[in-house]
Each structure stands twice: as structure tokens, then as C-alpha cells.
Design a protein around this ligand. Structure first.
Ligand code: AMP
Length: 114
């Protein structure tokens, strides 16, 4: 049997998290090491590993995640002026191999990103 990902364990309530939103397809919880006043991770409940491994059949779920991101930001008081980041692969800084959108807000963000 394959080990559950960290974020599947959060979905299953096996480990605690500060959950701010949940529906049948996804869950959003506060990042344990926030990089901005608002830093939420939005994950599909199914364990997609990373964006580059998604396939055409994942389109509806990916669309749902991107539609949900602004709703979560709005729910937490940020109508605009938020950043959505997906780290894809270790070279891009991905450390948890369960696809997730970082939703960051509440400060000014530099460009290009570090
Ligand atoms: P990434 O580096 O893009 O894979 O993002 C993984 C994120 O998960 C990092 O920002 C971590 O701070 C965050 N993280 C790791 N463990 C937890 C946890 N138990 N609860 C909430 N966030 C976590």
C-alpha cells in the first residue's frame, strides 16, 4: 500500500491543519511557515503529484482549483492583490509532492520572484 501524502493526511484529519475552506474536490489550509500575512495552500483531495504530470482528464479539477483560489482569497478578505504560485518539481522549490496552489496576500510582492 502506498503511503498517504502529507496533504492527504490533512484531508483525512490524520494530522492537524488550520482548514479555511473545503468542498468535495479540494481543501485549503494555512501554510505552516507563512511567507505573507495570508498564505494558504489549496490542494485537490486526490493526490496529483505535480502540475507537469496532469493529463487532459484533470482539466475539470484544475479549472475548479483556479476558480476556487480567488474565492478562498475573497473569503479571507482579499478581493484582489493576491498571488497564486505553483512550484513544479524540486528545482522550482516543490517540497510536497501533492499538487497545491499557494495563495499569498497581505504584502507587496516583488517581480521577478526569487
Ligand atoms: P512547496 O514547497 O511548493 O511544495 O510547498 C509546500 C508547502 O507546504 C510549504 O510552504 C510548507 O511550509 C507547507 N507545509 C509543510 N508541511 C505543512 C503542514 N503540516 N501544514 C501546513 N503546511 C505545511
Amino acid at each position: 500500500m502506498t503511503e498517504l501524502t502529507l496533504f492527504e493526511k490533512i484531508v483525512a484529519r490524520e494530522i492537524p491543519a488550520d482548514i479555511v475552506f473545503e468542498d468535495e474536490l479540494c481543501i485549503a489550509f494555512r501554510d505552516i511557515a507563512p511567507q505573507a500575512p495570508l498564505h494558504v495552500l489549496l490542494c485537490p483531495k486526490v493526490p496529483l503529484k505535480m502540475l507537469s504530470e496532469t493529463v487532459d482528464g484533470d482539466g475539470e479539477l484544475l479549472g475548479h482549483l483556479f476558480l476556487t483560489a480567488p474565492r478562498v482569497a475573497r473569503l479571507l478578505g482579499y478581493n484582489d492583490g493576491f498571488r497564486v504560485v505553483v512550484n513544479n518539481g524540486a528545482d522550482a522549490g516543490q517540497t510536497v509532492f501533492h499538487l497545491h496552489l499557494h495563495i499569498l496576500a497581505g504584502r507587496t510582492f516583488a517581480w521577478p520572484p526569487g
